[in-house]
Structures are given as C-alpha cells and as structure tokens.
Design a binder for this molecule. Structure first.
Ligand code: ME8
Length: 646
C-alpha cells in the first residue's frame, strides 16, 4: 500500500490545573496512532500543546497570586515534561502564548473582518463566568448555566461576532457527504442535530475590562479574543499558516483527536472558521469517551482525578499505556481503577506474554546454549501459527485504521495465547530427550511468534517491546512490511534476564461492607459476572467495589441469531447517548423478535470481549428459573435508555 500522510493532533490542554489521566489518555492514544502509522510505512506529524489564555487560566493564576504569564510559564512545563515520562514523542508542542500562534490568530481575525465575516453588535444575554459564554434564555436550566449548573448574569455588551450561521448549510452537507468525518458515527448525528436547531453567529471577543488575558483583537484595542477562537487556530498556526511553504505538506491530512465534551467547538466552530478562511477542512475529528471514576467524569473541579504520574511510578509507564489503550474502546467511556490495571498487568503482560518469553528463553538457555535454535520444516500446527501471524499483520492495520486499537491489541494477545498453548502441547522440555529437532522447532516457533507480537505491540509499549525484541536476539523491525516469518536468525544470542512484567499485588481495598448480595447470573457476554475479589472468605465486597459496577437500563433495538450458535444472540442496544453491540447467551430461551423494544439491565462498564469473533460491549443480567429457563431483569416501568441503577 502506498504510504499516506497524517497530521495528528491532541487537544491543547488548559493550564488551570495539573495534567490528569484524561489528558494522558488522549495523548497516549495519539502517540500510539503515530507509532502504528509509522510502522505501517506512513508519514506522521504529531502535535500537542497547551491552551494558555482565557478566564479559567486567569482565575487559576489569580488564586496562586501570580501573573497569568508567570502561571503559564510554570504550569505548561508540567504537561511538556509529563509526555516523555509516558514515552510519548510528539513532533511539535505549541503554546497559545507563542508569537507564531498569536500571529496566526490575528491574521485570521483580520482576514475574516476584512471580508465582512466579523461584525460588531450590542448583545444582551445571560453570561456564565464558569462556561465563559453567553446563553439564550431558553438554554438555561432552572435559571442556571446548562453546562456548569452555576449562576448566570444578565449583561449587555458590545462585542464582535463571527458569521458562523452563514456556513451552517455547507457544514451540514460536508458531514452528510463524508461519513468518516466525525467519528464515531453516532457523534456525527449529534452534530447534525445541533445544526438542525439553527446555527447562531459566534461571539468571538471579550472586552478587556472583563478579561485582559487573551490575544488582542487586531482591529479594536479594547478587546481580546474569545479563548476557543484563539485555541482552535493552533492547529494551523503550528504549521506556519498562512505563509509557510510547509503548510500544504501536512494540513490537508489533519486528524483531530479530542474528548467528547469538546465536539461542538471542533466540529462546528472550528470547521466554519476554516470555511470562512478558505482553508480545507480536516480529514476527521474523533471524539473519545471519558475515563470515569465511580461513574463520574474525572475532572479537576470534581477532585476525583487519578494522577497518571502516580500510576506510572508504581507500575511503569508502559503498563499504564497498555491499560489505557486495551481497556478503552475509542469513543466509549471506561472506568479507571487501579485494580483493573493490576489485573490487566497480571493476566496479559506478566502471565501470557512475560511468562512465555521466560519459559522459552529458559529452555533455550538450558538445552541450546542460549542461542536461537534451528526452525526446520514446519508441522501443520506450525503452518497454522505462521498463517495466523501473517493474517494478523493485515488485521492490525485494518483495526488501527478503524481506531479499534483495543481489538488490535486483543488479537495480538490471542496469538500470544496460541503460542502458550502450542508450547504446552508440543512440550519441548520433554521432546528434547527423544526428538531434539522437534524441541528446537517448537522453541523457534515460540520465539519467532513472540518477535511478531513484540513488533505489533511496539506502538503500545515502545520500550518494553524493544527490550523484548532485543532479548530475543533480533533486530527491531521499523516497517511492518519487513516483518516476515523466519526473520529470527538461528544462532543469535538470547538476552532474556529479568522478568519483563513483574506480577503485582492487587491494591488493598477498604474493609468489606456487611450484607452480601448474591450477584445475578450474567446472561450476556457469554460469561458469568466476574467473581468478587477475594477480600473475605464469604465473598463480601466493599461498597466501593460495588460502586465500580455500572448497571444501566438499555433498550434492545435489534436482535439476531449469531450464525453457527444456537445459544448466542447479537443485540444492538440503546443506552441513550450511545449504541452498543452485546452478544448474549440467551438464544435458547428467547427468539430475537421477542426482544426488540424490550428494556433490559446491563453491566455497562465491562471490558469488551470477543465471542464468536464478535465484540460484546456489555453483559445483560438474567436469573435462572426453576424450569431451566431464564428470566431477564428489567425495570418495573419504562425508563429513559441509559438510566443508571443505584
Ligand atoms: O478542553 N477522560 O482543555 P481541557 C478522558 N483547552 N478525557 C478527558 C477527561 C477524562 N476524565 N477529562 C478531560 C480543553 N479529558 C481545551 C481544549 S483544543 C483547541 C482546546 C479530555 O484541559 C477532555 O475531554 O479541559 C478534553 O478533550 C481534553 O481532555 C482537554 O481538556
């Protein structure tokens, strides 16, 4: 495939507090995407940075008794210095206080003003200091700001407005004509819904008397620029817009990665700004979900933020990266717990991957002088593994292109598990006595399979996988097209010394709460509800553990049988904000047509798993009936889809 070009961006993080796991996630995701693309032979430019103007930053500086400039100079380093610690390598870091950014914003403002797309007007409305914006009377909820729930003030002010409404129809047409433009697809519908309410013009100035910390409006010295108009422009400013000859090299290939809370600003404000400026729209805007803590978004204001640096220091940055990318489906929410991270480390990394490498290396050390043995002609079993590895290369490329990183990782881990089984089945530690050539071949297959896995997991855990490749006595593979079976050279010296991923103890949880409840049997997901951690012999769990389970009411929208199984049904369920696919083992008791329209209760924050090659994104709750049937749990009356049980 011909090499493609990608310009990947993260949001610019506000400097109103220190970085947290939400920021780390988006940046690690873009870093992994960058590394995957480079592995596939593509060219990538990766931009991140900090959003340094506006009321929130000014307030944070005031609270610390510093000038805004002192505050941002100090705090931006917390972000800039965190990324290398998480093994993130960006190509450029932009601060919105840099001259190159200020120049681009002012050029854009002047251009839009000159062409009549910015006008001045008196405006009266409800202003929310917390959200830094005006609201119409109808938008208010109980007289308060709909975003923050905080007080609003009615004020009249002269301001500058961008004629955003003029571009609404063209934006709508663009979204409809380009299905991959806003990802995931359900988010595109959200934006279309927003546009259908009628697009207003956008207030893009703030009087200096109210807010001085911003980029001066070039045609009126009494005003500074609205922080979003300022910040969004970074994506072209960093490439030297408007006059840098390098700008066209990257811009038409732009892909923005953002959190779902800032979708409107990117897909509506930013796109219409670009249309007005005569600059092409980005290729895609991807809205990720949130990391939740006890079902609430981790946020600086809620104070429930997990410190990613803390996790990195305890478990290592690459275990954290693995967890973030494996346990979050791009676009959906996920619960962050230290316990889930430790379980993931122990099962996937320490057990499946690390142990296999140690076992194989140990035998090679004992029987082959620590050198990679000869492979020889493959048996049918090995032919199958070789074919699987080959297919996996293409699968990983397709899955990454679809942003299914969690599945790309999972399918690579399936190869690792296959190698574990193969090692047990072929038992080289036994055959070494009777068939040394067969033992040599088994060990070669395991080591070569591990080399492939290390290459495909490299973008997720760059240093650990480089270490593993080196320990296998192999050279790093920089392009996936050069990764061929048989590349591991017999005779190379293994350098496997320490365990790559030590097993970890589960973090200590609080004392168990009384009154244990027997958990209902899980009907979906083809699996039972996960056993409670063995915190006490009676299976009692702490209240906090229970709170980690998110139970939601879902409405079944579609149901069909999974071909090849009489037990499994594939359901599309509606959770209000999102649709999910659930594979449920209830096909013997229920006909698909009986389920459509029904409300069920599901565990909404289970890590997705594959059943019959289909991803199941949740588990539906049911109980056994005395006649050997199943009864589904459901609310006593209809509730909005997505409603959470508590
Ligand atoms: O919004 N889980 O900055 P920001 C996942 N400056 N992602 C999370 C998260 C969580 N718990 N909490 C925050 C801004 N994020 C603007 C952007 S771009 C030109 C300007 C994500 O520091 C959040 O969704 O408040 C957002 O996308 C990003 O972190 C930056 O948040």
């Amino acid at each position: 495939m011909a090499a493609e070009r990608f310009y990947y961006t993260t949001p610019l993080y506000y400097l109103n507090a220190k970085p947290h796991i939400g920021h780390a996630y988006c940046t690690v995701l873009v870093d992994a995407m960058t590394r995957f693309r480079r592995l596939f032979g593509d060219e990538v430019h990766f931009l991140t940075g900090t959003d340094e103007h506006g009321q929130k930053v000014q307030k944070a500086a005031d609270q610390r008794g510093l000038t805004p400039q002192q505050h941002v100079d100090e705090l931006h380093a917390a972000f800039r210095d965190l990324w290398p610690d998480l093994h993130v390598h960006y190509d450029d870091f932009i601060r919105t206080t840099e001259p190159r950014h200020v120049r681009a914003v002012q050029t854009l403002l002047q251009r839009l003003h000159d062409q009549g797309d910015i006008y001045v007007q008196d405006y009266a409305g409800w202003y929310s200091t917390a959200a830094e914006r005006f609201w119409a009377e109808d938008d208010l909820v109980d007289g308060k700001c709909p975003d923050t729930g905080l007080e609003v003030q009615y004020i009249t002010e002269r301001n500058y407005f961008f004629r955003m409404s003029k571009y609404g129809a063209a934006l709508r047409a663009h979204i409809v004509a380009n299905p991959g433009f806003i990802r995931p697809a359900n988010r595109a519908n959200e934006v279309l819904g927003f546009l259908d309410k009628g697009l207003q013009d956008l207030c893009i100035s703030r009087p200096k008397e109210r807010l001085s910390w911003g980029i001066p409006i070039p045609f009126d010295e009494d005003y500074v620029t609205y922080v979003w108009f300022d910040a969004l422009t970074n994506y072209i400013a960093a490439l030297g817009w408007p006059d840098d000859p390098e700008f066209p090299k990257w811009w038409p290939h732009a892909h923005h990665f953002i959190g779902k809370d800032i979708l409107t600003t990117h897909s509506v404000y930013w796109t219409t700004m670009l249309m007005a400026a005569g600059v092409a729209l980005p290729q895609s805007i991807t809205a990720t979900g949130w990391w939740l803590s006890g079902d609430r978004k981790m946020s600086k204001s809620l104070g429930n933020v997990v410190d990613p640096l803390g996790m990195k220091d305890v478990y290592g940055p690459e275990v954290l990266r693995y967890f973030l990318l494996r346990d979050m489906v791009v676009g959906l929410d996920s619960n962050f717990t230290e316990e889930a991270l430790v379980r993931r480390n122990n099962s996937d990394l320490a057990n499946d991957l690390g142990n296999l490498a140690r076992r194989a290396a140990g035998l090679v050390g004992r029987y082959f002088g620590g050198r990679v043995p000869e492979g020889g002609a493959p048996t049918p079993d090995e032919e199958e593994i070789i074919a699987e590895a080959r297919t996996l290369h293409g699968r990983v490329q397709d899955l990454v292109a679809e942003l299914q990183l969690h599945t790309a990782i999972e399918e690579t881990m399936q190869l690792v598990r296959r190698l574990n089984k193969y090692m047990t089945d072929t038992a080289p530690f036994k055959t070494i006595k009777t068939h040394p050539a067969a033992a040599a071949r088994s060990l070669y297959t395991v080591l070569e399979g591990l080399r492939h896995a290390a290459c495909l997991l490299g973008p997720v855990m760059p240093e650990k996988m480089a270490e593993l490749t080196d320990a296998l006595g192999a050279a790093p593979t920089t392009n996936i097209h050069d990764l061929r079976w048989g590349g591991l050279v017999p005779g190379s010296v293994l350098k496997m010394e320490e365990a790559l991923f030590p097993r970890r103890d589960l973090p200590v949880t609080e004392a168990p709460a009384p009154a244990p409840a027997k958990p209902p049997k899980g009907a979906g997901d083809g699996a039972k509800a996960q056993a409670a951690p063995a915190s006490s012999p009676e299976g009692v769990i702490a209240f906090d553990d229970f709170m980690k389970v998110v139970l939601r009411v879902a409405t079944v929208r579609e149901a069909e049988r999974v071909s090849g199984s009489d037990k499994l049904l594939r359901l599309q369920v509606d959770l209000g904000e999102e649709r999910r696919q659930v594979v449920a083992g209830i096909g013997k008791q229920f006909a698909p047509e009986d389920l459509v329209g029904r409300q069920v209760v599901m565990v909404a924050n289970l890590a997705p798993r594959k059943i019959f090659k289909l991803e199941s994104q949740g588990m539906i709750l049911a109980v056994d009936t005395p006649d050997g049937g199943l009864a589904l749990l459901q609310p006593t009356r209809e509730v909005p889809p997505g409603a959470q049980a508590h």
